[in-house]
Design a protein around this ligand. Structure first.
Ligand SMILES: Nc1nc2c(c(=O)[nH]1)N[C@H]1C(S)=C(S)[C@@H](COP(=O)(O)OP(=O)(O)OC[C@H]3O[C@@H](n4cnc5c(N)ncnc54)[C@H](O)[C@@H]3O)O[C@H]1N2
Ligand code: MOO
Length: 401
């Protein structure tokens, strides 16, 4: 049996690189960017008018001019107009490129316009106001989106703005998610009184969809020959195999034995933790990584979030996420010499501290509890009493805000 930290390090040492592919930027959402995006022009590319109103020479305002003759109107997208006289102005719209002959924009709310004359109603006009200056945000050639980050809607908009219509992104691995056990029926079927619906595999598949991975699904009956044959094929076809169930001490728990027969190299079996103690991890050649997760749904869920998703994150070239910590909101005791991943609900107090209130449920079969729990708090095995106010690492399963 390995410790949680050993398991983490062993898995981390098996980080893979799935390569790079090119995609139209509109299809790249939630993929991991594999190149820096640079601007082809300054941002903004010209002195951009930020308010609808008039554009004037500030010199006229400084000399006390309040009435300006309107000599033209410039819409956004229009070529810049010329303003020659000090008392002249143009009407100009948000998004227009400020002509070089003017330098200050006064918004309509501070004006009265009659018969082609704009009268300034405020004393409060500053040189260069209401402008978004050329290159103020980024200079031409500067990196606007660094590689190794997830493509978000903001990244898509930036790709569009700089004309990067094809993006280099990290390739996704081919993944199969496998459920095991004769008690499980597919979700379309009506279970007999002693059967249940498969749910783990859908949970794993859904978690992978966050990375845009479209995993295949497979179910294995409690039959050693079928398990062997199906796993043999999966090891050839997939880069990641995620199983749930069939790995502990039961008479039909064939998975570890079959994996070893198929020369999957066992990296560990059993982790000093609760839930998820029977977790099995191995590798097949250089290509395939096998996560055999315990079947109890909370155990599957914990192992997926604590080990598989961070491995995937690293394999896709994303930097490690900052560690999060929370303060226990009440005492809790746990006697076994195991790292206890206790389910908690989280909230921030008025001092901005993150507090974790244990929300334990009925053990690793109680996945209804996961709906209301926000996170797992990682309580180290050296202790059996954990006191209110002590700070521990927290693994959120939902957005914190
Ligand atoms: N004698 C021992 N028995 C058990 C031990 C042990 O150390 N000695 N460990 C227990 C622990 S801890 C866990 S966790 C489970 C893990 O067992 P398996 O990984 O072999 O999982 P199964 O026995 O196949 O299933 C356990 C449980 O989970 C349900 N399950 C499985 N797959 C799914 C799925 N896809 N969707 C929904 N539910 C699923 C299954 O029906 C069982 O109820 O073993 C303990 N036993
Ligand atoms: O570790 Mo098992 O996952 O406790 O139920």
């Amino acid at each position: 049996m390995v410790t949680v930290q050993e398991a983490e390090a062993i898995i981390r040492a098996q980080t893979r690189d799935f390569g790079i592919e090119e995609l139209p930027f509109e299809q790249a959402l939630r993929r991991v960017l594999a190149e820096d995006l640079k601007t082809d022009r300054d941002l903004p590319p010209f002195n951009r008018v930020a308010m609808d109103g008039i554009a004037v020479k500030y010199e006229a305002i400084a000399q006390g001019t309040q009435r300006f003759k309107i000599v033209g109107t410039q819409a956004a997208g229009g070529a810049p107009l010329e303003v020659q006289q000090l008392q002249d102005c143009i009407e100009i719209m948000t998004g227009a490129a400020l002509p070089p002959s003017v330098d200050t924009v006064i918004r309509y709310e501070d004006l009265e316009i009659q018969n082609g004359i704009a009268t300034v109603l405020t004393e409060n006009v500053h040189a260069g106001q209401n402008l978004h200056r050329q290159g103020q945000d980024k200079k031409q050639g500067e990196v606007v989106v660094a590689a190794a980050q997830v493509v978000t809607p903001a990244v898509v908009s930036m790709a569009a703005a700089v004309g990067e219509t094809q993006l280099r992104v990290k390739k996704l691995p081919k993944v199969v998610v496998i459920s095991t056990g004769d008690e499980l029926v597919d979700v379309e079927q009506t279970p007999l009184p002693y059967q249940i619906r498969r749910s783990n595999s859908y949970m794993v598949k859904a978690a992978l969809q966050q990375f845009q991975i479209k995993a295949d699904m497979l179910h294995l009956p409690d039959d050693i020959a079928a398990t062997r044959e199906e796993l043999r094929q999966c090891l050839q076809q997939y880069e990641v195999v995620i199983l749930s169930g069939g790995i502990s001490a039961g008479k039909f728990d064939f998975v570890p034995q079959v994996l070893e027969e198929l020369v999957v190299q066992k990296r560990f079996h059993k982790v000093q933790q609760k839930p998820g103690k029977p977790f099995w991890f191995g590798t097949y050649g250089q290509q395939t990584v096998v996560f055999a997760l315990p079947g109890n749904p909370v155990s599957t869920f914990l192992c997926l979030h604590r080990y598989c998703l961070p491995w995937l994150h690293a394999s896709l070239g994303l930097p490690e996420k900052p560690k999060l910590f929370a303060s226990l909101a009440q005492d809790i005791s746990f006697k076994p010499q195991l790292c206890y991943f206790v389910q908690v609900q989280l909230h921030f107090n008025e001092q901005g501290q993150l507090l974790a209130t244990p929300f334990e449920g009925n053990g690793s079969g109680d996945f209804a509890n996961l709906i209301e729990a926000d996170a797992f708090l990682e309580l180290p095995p050296e202790q059996s009493e954990y006191n209110k106010g002590e700070v521990y690492r927290v693994w959120p399963m939902k957005s914190l805000l």
